[in-house]
Design a protein around this ligand. Structure first.
Ligand SMILES: [Zn+2]
Length: 423
C-alpha cells in the first residue's frame, strides 16, 4: 500500500510538472500563398511528435504532457477535410484528415508573452503521391555578439568563423531539395545557450548541428573533432572545451541563464522519456560518425580525434533531437587558423557536415520526407553566380559526373535550373 501511495505520488509529481500545458484550438486560415495554416495555443513549449499517414491521408500531431478539454471535430475545405483532437492519457492528439496528399510543414512553436502558439501548414501538391515534408536541420553558429568565443592567431574570432561555416552549410542545404536549414543565429547576435537548444525544439528540428572553432593554451594542439552530449567527458581536452563554452570570458560569457517559464525543461524530461533520450544519444553518435567519416576525406583538415567524443556541451542536451557539436579546429594553432580563415578550408568543413547529414539519413531514412526512400541523387537548384566546378567541390563529386548525369556537355547552366547530383 505504501508503495502504491509512493508511486502515485511520483507519477502525480512528474505528471503535474508538465500537465499544466493546456491546449486550445485557435484557427484554420488559408494564406494568400495557398498554404492552409492551422494554429493551436499552448501554455508552454511542448514535446511534440508529428507524422503523416496515407490511405486515408492524414497528419497526426501528438502533444505530450498536455490537456485538451472537450472534443473538436471541425469540418474544413479542400484539401483539409477535418481537424480533430482527442485526449489519450497525457497526450493531446491532433489529426488532420485530408482529401489527398499534401506537402506539409512540421509543427513549430512560437513563444508569445504568456503563451505559445503551435502552428503547422499544409499545401496541396498534385505531384505528390504521399504526404511529404522537408527535413529540418537546425544550424547553431557558436558564440556571437558580445561573446566572441575564442580569439585566435591572425586576429580571427571564433564567432566569425562559426557563422561563415554555418552560412556555407545553410546554403547547400537550402538549395538541395528535401532539406530546410534553420539558423539559430543569422548574424553577429548574442544568443543564450538555453535559447539555442530551445529554439531548435521550437522550429521542430530533426537534427541539431553546433559549429565551433576553439582555442587551447598549447599552440601545437590542432585538428577537428566531433562531440555528442554526455555528463561525463571522454577526455580531459573534451572536458576543458565544454567548460570553456560556459565561461569563455568572465565579462561576456555564454553561461546558461534561467529557463523561461514557458520553455521546455529538458532535464526533467530526460527521466520521463528515457527511451527517447537513449535513441537520441545513439542517433547523435551515428550522425557524428558520418560527419567524421567525411572529415577524414577532407584534404585540408586534420582530425584532432578519430572517433566521436563526449562532453557536457549544454547546447546538445535536447532529449530527442540528435545533436552534434563540430569543433572545426583550434584557431590557437597557426595552421588551423590559416585553414579556417580561408574560404576553401571553411567550405570543406561545411561539405563534410552536409555529406555527413545526408549519409546519416541514408542509413536512417526519415519517414514522410524526400529521404524515404533515399534517392540515388539529390536535386540541386542552380543559384545566381554558380559554376559547376564550385558545385562539384561543395558536393564532393567531379565536374564530369555532374555534366554526364545532367547532359550538360557544352550547355550553359542558369539560375533556377534543377540538376541531379549523385551523392
Ligand atoms: Zn566555441
Amino acid at each position: 500500500m505504501k508503495k502504491i501511495i509512493f508511486l502515485s505520488c511520483i507519477i502525480f509529481f512528474c505528471f503535474n510538472s508538465f500537465a499544466s500545458n493546456k491546449v486550445d484550438f485557435v484557427s484554420v486560415k488559408e494564406l494568400p500563398s495557398g498554404e492552409v495554416r492551422i494554429t493551436f495555443k499552448l501554455d508552454k513549449v511542448a514535446l511534440i511528435k508529428s507524422y503523416a499517414l496515407d490511405e486515408p491521408s492524414r497528419i497526426v500531431v501528438d502533444i505530450k504532457d498536455s490537456m485538451y478539454q472537450g472534443e473538436l471535430d471541425s469540418r474544413q475545405n479542400y484539401p483539409l477535410k477535418k481537424v480533430r483532437i482527442n485526449q489519450d492519457g497525457s497526450t493531446s492528439r491532433i489529426v488532420l484528415d485530408l482529401y489527398e496528399s499534401v506537402y506539409w510543414k512540421k509543427p513549430w512553436q512560437v513563444q508569445k508573452k504568456d503563451h505559445v502558439l503551435l502552428i503547422f501548414e499544409i499545401k496541396k501538391d498534385k505531384a505528390l503521391k504521399k504526404n511529404i515534408r522537408d527535413i529540418i536541420v537546425a544550424i547553431d553558429a557558436g558564440h556571437g555578439g558580445k561573446d566572441p568565443g575564442a580569439v585566435g592567431k591572425l586576429n580571427i574570432l571564433e564567432k566569425d568563423i562559426t557563422l561563415l561555416i554555418a552560412k556555407e552549410l545553410e546554403r547547400t542545404l537550402r538549395d538541395t531539395r528535401g532539406y530546410n536549414p534553420v539558423m539559430i543565429r543569422q548574424n553577429d547576435a548574442f544568443v543564450d545557450l538555453n535559447d539555442r537548444y530551445q529554439n531548435a525544439r521550437k522550429v521542430g528540428a530533426d537534427i541539431f548541428i553546433s559549429i565551433h572553432a576553439d582555442a587551447f593554451r598549447l599552440a601545437s594542439v590542432k585538428g577537428a573533432s566531433v562531440f555528442v552530449w554526455s555528463e561525463e567527458a571522454s577526455s580531459i581536452t573534451a572536458d576543458n572545451l565544454s567548460k570553456k563554452e560556459l565561461v569563455t570570458n568572465p565579462e561576456v560569457n555564454s553561461k546558461i541563464g534561467k529557463l523561461n517559464v514557458n520553455d521546455f525543461d529538458e532535464d526533467a524530461a530526460r527521466t520521463l522519456y528515457q527511451l527517447a533520450y537513449e535513441a537520441k544519444i545513439e542517433n547523435s553518435i551515428m550522425l557524428g560518425d558520418k560527419i567524421l567519416d567525411q572529415l577524414k576525406l577532407d584534404p585540408y583538415t586534420k582530425l584532432h580525434k578519430k572517433s566521436v567524443e563526449f562532453a557536457d556541451f549544454r547546447v546538445l542536451k535536447s532529449i530527442d533531437i540528435p545533436s552534434v557539436l563540430v569543433e572545426s579546429g583550434f584557431i590557437s594553432n597557426p595552421e588551423d587558423a590559416a585553414r579556417l580563415k580561408g574560404k576553401p578550408g571553411r567550405r570543406m568543413i561545411a561539405r563534410s557536415i552536409f555529406l555527413g547529414i545526408h549519409n546519416y539519413f541514408k542509413e536512417k531514412p526519415k519517414p514522410n520526407t524526400f529521404m524515404d526512400p533515399v534517392p540515388s541523387s539529390v536535386e540541386y537548384t542552380i543559384q545566381k553566380g554558380d559554376v559547376i566546378s564550385e558545385i562539384a567541390i561543395r558536393f564532393g563529386v567531379s565536374v564530369d559526373e555532374i555534366i554526364n548525369l545532367n547532359n550538360l556537355q557544352n550547355k550553359p547552366i542558369f539560375p533556377g535550373q534543377k540538376i541531379k547530383i549523385a551523392i
